[in-house]
Design a protein. Sequence first.
Length: 78
Amino acid sequence: MNAPLDQLREAVGGIPPAPAPMAAYLEKVRTDAFRVVDEDVDALRAAGYSEDEIFEQTVAAAAGEGLRRLDAGLRALG
């Protein structure tokens, strides 16, 4: 593929796995990101997660899903 995408894949892969309690939120990020609201993030903060943890996991889930969809589109074209 190309270097920037490879770097993104590596960066996303280097983020530690999400804690199990974040699973529902991250699934929402992957499948229905437009439905994520402040209350979702507030609930994670109330559960003890830091802003940095929430941000890193959110970006990893969104970027990972974007890459998955890109790969699927490229397979369909080629």
